[in-house]
Design a binder for this molecule. Structure first.
Ligand code: NAP
Ligand code: ZN
Ligand code: ZN
Length: 352
């Protein structure tokens, strides 16, 4: 298969800094779209993958799955978009399209495994897929999204992961006017969860470890902020929430949050992957029909629904634009929760 070279930023090992490298992209096939990447958001999952926190990273790896850009080439059978249009790509670039999940627009739960935008099995070129820290990407049109024309392009990028990952549970658990929603952790996912839940008409509370984020949370639309290390504040919201979206990336005690769920309420883990410690106590769950659940990004149709909703409600991410060359420093700041509230790479910096 013929390929085209592309500049990218990636890493060769879990403890090595990211640096410039050259990768190959496939020439467009009949259903493919080639996108010149203009902006790419920086998700905590990029850092987890670069540093092999979850195991399974194949090096070299090029992270980045919050991609927006302009279409530079389309295959002969592409109908969704055309050359010159703005377009976006999120966390997936392929799936089997035939299994029960794919048939129900749940490509993220593809029974044969979806292909991640990075570190996924590349069926065209072999090896692993390379993500959005790159000047271009080639993706099947099914996995390319339309960008609402009225939104700031750079600030749209984080919607492709942080946005859809919080939108999907809000929709699945039918959040609407009058729902009481809480969000744990004010980072990239957390700040989008507040904006989207508010947009759907919910009353929104933020749980944070960080008192200095209180004013920001209120400005982002939260009605209440609870400092999670303060027992009396935690006690004040006992039994309150219909849905809690927990975005914390590392192991933490979930039990205090279960206590704040209303009868039949659900706490959805979207951040931490792994065993819980201390162990989850089933007593409050049984006595209150409460659930602890998980959720993974969202399907392609649901991602387009979220983008259209954001267009209608003028919702974008709060971003700090960085140069590609600043990515290693950005990861260190991400680890210290020092970002308001998403880094977005201006990809022109890679071309210069
Ligand atoms: P982020 O911007 O770093 O935000 C995480 C927030 O969690 C921080 O701002 C902080 O908020 C809180 N936090 C961080 N470390 C903590 C700790 N040790 N204990 C308690 N709270 C802590 O990260 P993100 O990009 O939003 O991603 C969050 C997680 O979601 C990552 O693990 C990422 O891999 C995962 N993710 C999952 C999916 C999915 O499909 N399920 C999709 C995308 C990302 P406060 O300072 O307010 O406490
Ligand atoms: Zn992500
Ligand atoms: Zn499938």
């Amino acid at each position: 298969m013929s390929t085209i070279p592309a500049k990218a930023f990636g890493t060769e090992a879990p403890d090595a800094p990211l640096k410039q490298m050259n990768i190959q992209r496939r020439e467009v096939t009949a259903k493919d779209i080639e996108i010149e990447i203009l902006y790419c958001g920086v998700c905590h999952s990029d850092l987890h993958t670069a540093r092999n926190d979850w195991g399974g990273t194949v090096y070299p790896t090029v992270p980045g799955h919050e991609i927006v850009g302009r279409i530079t080439k389309v295959g002969s059978e592409v109908t969704k978009l055309k050359v010159g249009d703005y377009a976006a790509v999120g966390c997936m670039v392929d799936s089997c399209r035939t299994c029960q999940s794919c048939e129900h627009d749940l490509e993220q739960y593809c029974l044969n495994g979806f292909v991640g935008t990075y570190n996924g099995p590349d069926k065209h070129l072999g090896g692993r897929t390379f993500g959005g820290y790159s000047e271009k990407v080639v993706v099947d049109e099914h996995f390319v999204l339309k960008v609402p024309a009225n939104l700031d392009l750079a600030a749209v990028a984080p919607l492709l992961c942080a946005g859809i990952t919080t939108w999907s549970p809000l929709r699945h658990w039918k959040v609407g006017k009058g729902s009481k929603v809480a969000v744990v952790g004010l980072g990239g996912l957390g700040h989008m969860a507040i904006k989207l839940a508010k947009g759907l008409g919910a009353e929104v509370t933020l749980f944070s470890r960080t008192p200095s984020k209180e004013k920001d949370a209120l400005d982002l639309g939260a009605d209440t902020v609870i400092i999670s290390t303060d027992d009396s504040q935690m006690g004040s919201v006992k039994g309150k929430f219909d849905l809690i979206i927990d975005t914390v990336p590392y192991i933490h005690d979930v039990n205090p949050y279960v206590a704040t769920l209303n009868i039949s309420g659900t706490l959805v883990l979207v951040g931490y992957l792994g065993g819980l410690e201390p162990i989850l106590n089933s007593v409050p769950m049984i006595l209150g029909r409460k659930s602890v659940a998980g959720s993974l990004i969202g399907g392609i149709a649901e991602t387009q629904e979220m983008l259209d909703f954001c267009g209608e409600h003028n919702i974008v991410s709060d971003i700090e634009i960085i140069q590609m060359q600043d990515i290693n420093e950005a990861y260190e700041r991400l680890l210290k929760s020092d970002v308001k509230y998403r880094f977005v790479i201006d990809m022109a910096s890679l071309k210069g």
